[in-house]
Design a protein around this ligand. Structure first.
Ligand code: AMP
Ligand code: ZN
Length: 112
């Protein structure tokens, strides 16, 4: 499968890693939209949030534990934003589920 985030997860494509364990990887976004912009992904391919099932959802809750740890370790004490784009109209460009963890500036709401 020609999936760029699978290739980052298996080391074929380099990335600046922020956190890694057996099932989850976090790395810096190539085009940061905030002073800190980290992508958190499951190593196993899940295409999007619409593809979460009872069989694969454990890694998603683990991702949120990882997000809390990264936020603590990096002193995102003023707050941070977690974003998942699901599907074309939401702007999902990489079809491997990922959570944008952004911090270091104020964010507006609702997001465009
Ligand atoms: P989305 O539009 O929600 O699918 O987000 C995809 C994100 O992946 C964008 O913010 C891109 O900047 C980022 N991205 C794409 N390729 C890479 C890469 N090789 N390394 C790091 N980030 C990437
Ligand atoms: Zn993938």
């Amino acid at each position: 499968m020609d999936c760029i985030f699978c290739k980052i997860a298996n080391g074929e494509i380099p990335a600046t890693k922020v956190y890694e364990d057996d099932t989850v990887l976090a790395f810096n976004d190539l085009e940061p939209q905030a002073p800190s912009h980290i992508l958190v992904i499951p190593k196993a391919h899940i295409a999007s949030a619409a593809d979460i099932t009872p069989e694969n959802s454990a890694v998603i809750s683990h991702i949120f534990e990882v997000i809390a740890k990264i936020a603590k370790d990096n002193n995102f004490n003023d707050g941070f934003r977690v974003v998942n784009n699901c599907g074309d109209s939401a702007g999902q460009t990489v079809k491997h589920i990922h959570f944008h963890l952004m911090a270091g500036r104020d964010f507006t709401w609702p997001a465009g």
